[in-house]
Design a protein around this ligand. Structure first.
Ligand SMILES: Nc1ncnc2c1ncn2[C@@H]1O[C@H](COP(=O)(O)OP(=O)(O)OP(=O)(O)O)[C@@H](O)[C@H]1O
Ligand SMILES: [Mg+2]
Length: 508
């Protein structure tokens, strides 16, 4: 009897092994049934799973049945022995199927039913019956008893239940991911980019052309002209669309942190580095990295980026093992990089590497004829968002066209959003537009300070606090920027960026 137990144990281990061999449901379950047949003479093993929609039990995997027999193997809950086991969630044994009227032999696989016993066990996960497993067995004196068989089938069916449960979660996550990916692809497609003007159409043509290549692209343009939107569009229209899109704002972090954020760091690379850190370049593997505000990249990081572009490799901080950079690089800036090169702030060799293809996004004032299209696009969007049916009067539309829009599309969109919320009645008039502009002028020292997509009130508050602190620090330190920056706990580079952002002038 000892060797019988060993055989059972071996078979169970083997079943658990084949169930995790792949993520293919049919393949793994078929292997499991084959194992039962080969190791324990449990023949014609079948796994039936409940189809939630039809309410039918269907064979999803079997060993020793023809394709045709598998196709025929369908039962309703309560129907036949398989259906009974599903209903009662209790195992069943039919000692000699020739004598059992409930045995329907639906698959037609047993012309001679004499002498065969039929064992059937529910597949249960956390109280839910997912399906049924069945095997045929011919009992003879050298085999273990029925109880042993039921016990083994019980263990096997609980292994199967675990696997089916995991497989379902995996499949759901997979289809969810697929759906999200499809939505993103849709969202960042050319039809969602608004602009009929020849200038803008020329840009779209370039974007479409360059997207399918793996070329580095430099996106140039004023604030709010759509640099980031174009970068995403390029990614989602490219062969890397299935991979990640990783955006990094090069101006947002101080030099040492930026370097670590981009390239990652080995455990122990700096004091307190207790864990390995994965950088953005590594996270972007197989996809695209978008280096926003590339003009703010410190010189030390510029050298490393150059190496990524030239040799397609990089290293984590504190490591000498080169990692392969399987990614596409897109970059954007609203600075004139050539000027920065002349001033010695930007490496010329890096400039040329980044500038393989550069696309300049026109400012809104250079394509005024697109303004009505943009207004209508955003009016529809905000009407939907706020469940309103606002219309815009002709003279208000004219005001939109006459305005210079220093903050470009972002400013236009923000203005329209406010008007949809604030305007009386259901009509936006030129007066509404003028009032809105007036209310902004008093609190807005510069045009460029409009902040990205945050709730307006809060971001304004943060901005004015930040501006005040910066001005105080500058005054306290006699307008010496390096000292003021130190007092504020930021780098001179970051201070420079903020001064520019808020349009603050420093007396020299
Ligand atoms: N052609 C377009 N059609 C519709 N919406 C657009 C278009 N271009 C840009 N937008 C919208 O305008 C806003 C600003 O775009 P984006 O953030 O890409 O600008 P940006 O050039 O990166 O600005 P910044 O330099 O200030 O970071 C976003 O909400 C974007 O969706
Ligand atoms: Mg941007």
């Amino acid at each position: 009897m000892k060797s019988e137990k060993n055989r059972e144990l071996f078979a169970i281990l083997e079943v658990s092994r084949v169930l995790t061999a792949s993520f293919d449901l049919e393949e793994n379950l078929t292997s499991a049934m084959k194992t039962l047949s080969e190791e324990l003479e449990m023949q014609r093993g079948c796994v039936y799973l409940l189809e939630p929609v039809s309410g039918e039990l269907k064979i999803v995997a079997a060993h020793g049945l023809s394709r045709d027999e598998i196709r025929k193997g369908k039962y309703r809950i309560g129907e036949g022995i398989v259906g009974r086991v599903m209903e009662t969630a209790e195992p069943m044994l039919v000692p000699d199927i020739g004598d059992e009227p409930k045995f329907l032999n639906r698959t037609g696989s047993r012309p001679d039913k004499e002498g065969i016993s039929f064992l059937c066990h529910p597949i249960e996960l956390k109280g839910e019956v997912l399906g049924v497993i069945s095997v045929d067995r011919i009992y003879s004196s050298e085999h273990g008893g029925v109880d042993d068989d039921i016990r083994v089938l019980g263990i096997v069916s609980s292994l199967i239940a675990q696997f089916v449960g995991l497989w379902r979660i995996f499949r759901e996550a997979d289809s969810e991911r697929e759906e999200l990916r499809r939505q993103l692809k849709d969202r960042f497609s050319v039809p969602n980019l608004i602009g009929e003007s020849p200038r803008f159409q020329a840009v779209l043509k370039m974007i479409t052309k360059v997207a399918v290549t793996d070329a580095t692209v430099l996106l140039l343009g004023e604030s709010g002209t759509g640099k980031e939107l174009m970068a995403r569009t390029i990614h989602y229209q490219s062969a890397r669309a299935e991979g990640p899109f990783v955006a990094v704002n090069c101006a947002a972090l101080p030099e040492n942190l930026l370097e670590m954020e981009l390239f990652g760091a080995e455990k122990g690379a700096y004091t307190g580095a207790t864990e390995k850190r994965i950088g953005r370049f590594e996270r972007a593997r197989g996809g695209t990295i978008f280096l926003d505000e590339i003009g703010e990249l410190p010189l030390s990081v510029q050298a490393k980026l150059l190496r990524v572009l030239q040799e397609k490799t990089f290293e984590r901080l504190g490591s000498s093992e080169p990692l392969k950079a399987d990614l596409r690089i897109l970059a954007a800036t609203n600075r004139n990089l050539i000027d920065e090169v002349k001033r010695g702030n930007f490496r010329e060799d890096l400039y040329w590497r980044l500038n393989v293809v550069s696309i300049r996004l026109p400012a809104l004032r250079e394509r005024k004829e697109d303004i009505p299209h943009l207004v209508n696009f955003y009016l529809r969007r905000f009407n939907k968002k706020y469940r309103k049916q606002m219309v815009i009067s002709g003279d208000a539309m004219q005001s939109f066209m006459d305005h210079s829009w220093p903050g470009n599309i972002r400013e236009l969109a923000n203005t329209l959003e406010r008007l949809v919320i604030m305007a009386e009645g259901n009509r936006i008039t030129a007066r509404d537009f003028q009032m809105d502009m007036l209310s902004l002028d008093t609190e807005k020292p510069s045009e460029a300070g409009l902040t990205v997509g945050e709730p307006r009130a809060l971001s304004k508050e943060v901005e004015s606090m930040e501006k005040e602190r910066i001005m105080n620090a500058l005054r306290e330190h006699n307008f010496i920027q390096a000292r003021a920056a130190r007092a504020l706990g930021i780098t001179p580079r970051q201070l420079g960026y903020r001064l520019k952002k808020y349009g603050l002038k420093v007396p020299s």
